[in-house]
Design a protein around this ligand. Sequence first.
Ligand code: CU
Length: 165
Amino acid sequence: MELNTGLLMLKRICSSISLLLLFLSASAQAGLMVSEQKVRLLPPSAPNTAAYMQLMNHTNKPMELVGVSSDVAERTEIHTMVEHNGMMRMQQLTSLVIEPMASVALKPGGNHIMLIGLKQPLSAGDEIAITLEFADGSQHTVKAKASAEIDAKDSGEHHHHHHHH
Ligand SMILES: [Cu+2]
C-alpha cells in the first residue's frame, strides 16, 4: 500500500515535469533571429510610437506573426503602410508571414510595431520588452532600445541571406 502510493506520487511528479518541459520548449520560437530592434523615441507628449526590427526565419517552414504585446503601451499592433489617395497611411495587419529562410524588415515607411497609448514617457536607452506571438502558439520576447536616431537605411534589406554572427 505504502509503496503503491509512493509510486503513484512519483508518476505524478514525473508527468508534471514532462508537461513543464513541453511547455518550455513550446514557449520560445526556435529558428527565429531578431536583430536591429529599436523603439522610436519621440517627445514625451507623444502618446504613441513605433518599434522596428529585422525578423529572420532560419527554418524551412513559414512563420506567421499573429500578435505583439508590450507592457509599456495600452495596445500593441502590427502595422503596415498603404497608399490612400496619394497619402501614406498606417493600416493594422492581423498577421505577417516570414517565409522560410527569409527575413522581414519592420522599418520606417513600411511594416512596424505600433505602441499605442504609452503608459509613461520613454527615455533614451530604455530597453523595451516586446513579445512576438506566432500562429503555432510560440512566443519570442525581444528587448528594443529607445532611440531618437532611427535610420531607414539601417534595416532596409528584404532578403538577408543566411549570415552568421
Ligand atoms: Cu503604426
